[in-house]
Design a protein around this ligand. Structure first.
Ligand SMILES: Cc1cc2nc3c(=O)[nH]c(=O)nc-3n(C[C@H](O)[C@H](O)[C@H](O)COP(=O)(O)O)c2cc1C
Length: 190
């Protein structure tokens, strides 16, 4: 496999600007091929939070788009080798489905494949406050090898805009993939 394949799943939690920024940044990296799968609820949050053109912009940036119901897509199989998968944002419904292995759509199936193949899976799980069921599901996916990264802003960089917060979260998420590139997020210098 010469190109690095990254799967990006977008589910219907708040934070629709984050996958847009992640795909923008991934487009800048040489030899990266992106595979996008968007849930039905995410279509709604994208439009609500980022405007009616957001879904189109997101789809246009991906190398390949996969319909959420296409459980026979390439990314549904462990034989299709990938570098890792990001779910951004990850709703509590999608988190619960991943935690319990209920792979009833392509996004959850692709996440399930990443867990079973012991590949990197990063979940930007977003809800607040959290009940015990949410927390237990986070424990389950962490025990199975996923990285749970709630999209919580870091204030020590003194962000001056929502864009700066989104940019930092997107950069930290991509850095977690461990691609052979210099880190995107600015390092804390003490
Ligand atoms: C504007 C909006 C914001 C939402 N924010 C969240 C959220 O932050 N976290 C969450 O778990 N669900 C959130 N939801 C509810 C999910 O979209 C809903 O549970 C949906 O069934 C998730 O489906 P999916 O996991 O297939 O995307 C939100 C819904 C809307 C319309």
């Amino acid at each position: 496999m010469s190109r690095m394949r990254i799967v990006l799943g977008v589910s219907g939690a708040s934070g629709a600007a984050i996958p847009l920024r992640i795909l923008e940044r991934l487009q800048e990296i040489e030899d990266v091929e992106t595979h996008l799968v968007v849930s039905d609820a995410a279509r709604r949050t994208l439009s609500h939070e980022c405007g009616p053109g957001a879904l189109g912009r997101l789809l246009a940036m991906a190398t390949e788009n996969h319909p959420i119901r296409d459980v026979g897509a390439t990314i549904a199989s462990g034989s299709f080798r990938t570098t890792g998968m990001i779910v951004a944002p990850c709703s509590m419904r999608t988190l619960a489905a991943i935690a319990t292995g209920i792979a009833d759509n392509l996004l959850v199936r692709a996440a399930d494949v990443h867990l079973k193949e012991r590949r990197r899976l990063i979940l930007l799980a977003r809800e607040t406050p959290l009940h015990l069921g949410h927390l237990r599901n986070m424990c389950s996916v962490a025990e199975m090898g996923a990285v749970v990264m709630p999209p919580v802003p870091a204030f020590y960089h003194r962000p001056e805009s929502v864009e700066a917060i989104v940019d930092h979260i997107a950069a930290r998420t991509i850095d977690l993939l461990g691609l052979p590139i210099p880190p995107l997020a600015r390092e804390w210098e003490g």
